[in-house]
Design a protein around this ligand. Sequence first.
Ligand SMILES: *Cc1c(COP(=O)(O)O)cnc(C)c1O
Length: 419
Amino acid sequence: MAIDHPLSDAADLDAADPLASHRDRFVFADPEVVYLDGNSLGRAPKSTREAILRVVDDEWSGELIAAWDHWIDLSRETGDLIAGHVVEAHPGEVIVSDSTSVNLYKLAAAALDARPGRKVLVTDDDNFPTDRYILQGLAAARGMELRTIATDLDRGVDPARVAEAVDDDTALLCLSHVSYRSGAIADMAAITADAHAKGALVLWDLCHSAGAVPVPLASAGVDLAVGCTYKYLNGGPGAPAFLYVRRELQTSLRQPIWGWFGQRDQFAMGETYEPVDGVERFQVGTPPVIGVTAVREGVRIIAEAGMKAIREKSLRLTEYADALCRAWLEPIGFTVVTPAEAERRGGHVTVHHPEAWRIAQAMRDAKVVPDYRSPDRIRLGLAPLYTRFADVHEGLTRVRDLVTAGRHLEYGAERGRVT
Ligand SMILES: *Cc1c(COP(=O)(O)O)cnc(C)c1O
């Protein structure tokens, strides 16, 4: 029998990959591990370790408090780097601060205040849990209605459904650009335009987009966005997130947490809160300098590679993984659920299997690291900067072999605290 998808195909694709050398920028502690989870926690860049040591040894230890002269601008500078290289935005529209959850709260609350009299928030039932919970909390606190659209878990957000739900009473529409579960991309431009026609503000969650797919914030006229930096931006566990506010909106929006890092002439220690005009007004308190330094390092690597080349490789990787999954895994009970069309596909490929949880556990023991997502899906995250086609080949070979041998059946059905 002819072997379909021989390893030599993967080797050819790797040899032709213009981003291949970027892999050397990252740490590979165990070369046997096939890491397909860069969309949950990106790998550590080698230069991040050096940059953090510089902050600790030279700046903190050496300069002591005088280092605040340059630390004070780090969040804004890193935001500008994200605006210039990761998302389509202008300088002064992005800042690094807090977590994605906190930024979502700040921007959503600011948006609701900017639409007084409107009583409805709209999201979808497949939005990431923290987004749904924060919107539930805001709706409860303000006596507003949270309208939740039903989204197909695999096809992603349907613009027609969104258009039905958003009306003249809608203050804010909040959705994820790339679905964390299926990897489906939502039509940012069409959905934003429709909501604007009804007078609503729009807030996009970019956690699974930033560093994986183009994010047309400026051309789609997006008002607000949040995103995290520890996934495709390789900023490290719990690295601070970023937020985006379209420049024309900045002075008319007030966030709910009136901290001193948003204050005009901050060190005058003035009596009353009067926020600065720029994007800094969406900061709250002292930034975590070591964390922001790690974000800057991760974003620098993305900037060097360029989002265009990253997206091109990402599409080739997901197409390759899709082909292998269909050829090898569908005959043994899997189904590929990520949209097949390139323009609807984010940076990961999701497969469905009734025994997904057992298989995910067995995969980890076979040193192929995926993400399990309820109810019965496995995400294969293919971070373009360090994932080789040969890794996809090796990882999926191991999955095929272990499921064919029934090794996953040795694992229990009960789930741990972190999946
Ligand atoms: C990872 C992720 C988050 C994480 O939010 P945190 O505040 O960093 O915990 C939020 N939204 C989406 C869509 C995510 O994928």
